[in-house]
Design a binder for this molecule. Sequence first.
Ligand SMILES: O=C(O)CCC(=O)C(=O)O
Ligand SMILES: [Fe+2]
Length: 521
Amino acid sequence: MDALSKTAVLEISKLVEIESKMLKIEINRGRNEIASLTEKLQLMEKLLYMAQGNRQESTAVAMMRSTPDRGLVLQPERTNPAINSSQHPEETKDRAMPGCSEPSEGATRTYCHQGGAIRCGVVISDDDATSENWKPVVVDIQVSSDVTQCPRPIRPADSQPPLFTDGFVNMNSQSPEAGESVWNLQLPSACNNLENEKAMSQNTVPSEQQFRLDYRPVLRSLGCVTEQQFEDVLVKICQEVDRRKSLDVASAERAAAIKDAYQPLHPHVYHLKECFLTPKFKHIVEYCQGTSASEEGLLEHLDEVPGQRVYRFPVFEKQFCEELLQELEHFERSAAPKGRPNTMNHYGILLNELGFDRGFISPLREQYLHPITSLLYPDCGGQCLDSQKAFVVKYDMHEDLDLCYHYDNAEITLNVSLGKDFTEGNLYFGNMRQVPLSESECFEMTHRVTEGLLHRGQHMHGALPISSGQRWNLIIWMRASQVRNDLCPMCQRKPSLMEGVGFADGFTQNESMLNSLCLLA
Ligand SMILES: O=C(O)CCC(=O)C(=O)O
Ligand SMILES: [Fe+2]
């Protein structure tokens, strides 16, 4: 009897705990919507003000909090998980991706997708691309949206598109990812005056028209009536686009400065060695490389949330995690310039700038992760991963506590817990991005130090707040150019490309195509 009541109490408290977590998410969602609406309103007012001919210093752009290394932020409600309510008729759950063959010859350059000019401002600038084919050039800051939050739509289907969209910030009432109008702001050539900018993409001409089409009516309704007023707004936007383009240069400069002046504490952690990896992980990889490997067989080696395609396995030895963290803390303490991973994460570190790609992350992806993803995610590019963006995220009681509900700019993501001591801060998953949170069953995965969680980039997820300590995770966004070249995972359209730095956003383009695009530029 005693045992029975104990079990009952245990089960009830578990239920209460789950309920209260769900409630927290709901509350945050509400807050997020309010913040999103407020921001949108403010921006509209600002645009109106500018469009009416006021030439004050603070522009629509200035409303956006900007930092040299983080790009443009529209005052995100950092701690509030947003909700994905974006639905697009053409989007299907678990979209089948085109088959992945070997990379075609000539498909050698990395690209950034230009869709959505005032989308997020993170620059990806791998100084350290592994393949010689990845050529360092300019990144398109207009579009290197990395993490995209998906707030609930507040715009009725037939009303105007959002004024601005930002890949990381819930400024947008509904992001272009939802299949709404995306405007690619190429604008006047005077705006595209970066010295080393080489290739502009298709859509160069129609984008301004598209912008007019999409925003003229809403701007007019706000009082931006004359052609001159509209031009003024365009010029401001154009300036902001340019500002973001220069972020790329800043990133390259940071990488160079780090290489020049930063003295690593543990130089050996920059080069992947077998001894960093757990025997179980190596065993799993060996299994995958065997001729009789199958998905079912592999699943026997992994922890899985049934049916969710989120997998857990041990990755790094504890000692390696500790040394890596010591290295990263040493870097944080140094005077070296720091690039932050994205606008949602204010304390993480971009590992490519620090020089981790060539010797560590790329070999980890190519030799160890690729065999696993090939079996688990053949439909999402798991067999043809060819680049990555890697960074660490850091949560602390006085810094970032959590991460909003979002999807990644990745086909497949590996998220490894590196430490230190922390409580709570679980990762939670909803459904694939097309399904609203309200219709999604959420589940949580506890971060366990040294273990990795592998999931599809488009699987909506967020991190719950830590309640004590400090949490560091290594995040590897793995990309398959063959998949994303056809369909950008962020805007769900055929990408419109320009050359980028290093791995850039993981797109590639055939050389001959590139040449013709260069001629247009
Ligand atoms: O904090 C985490 O564990 C999640 C991080 C994440 O999802 C991301 O950076 O994309
Ligand atoms: Fe993520």
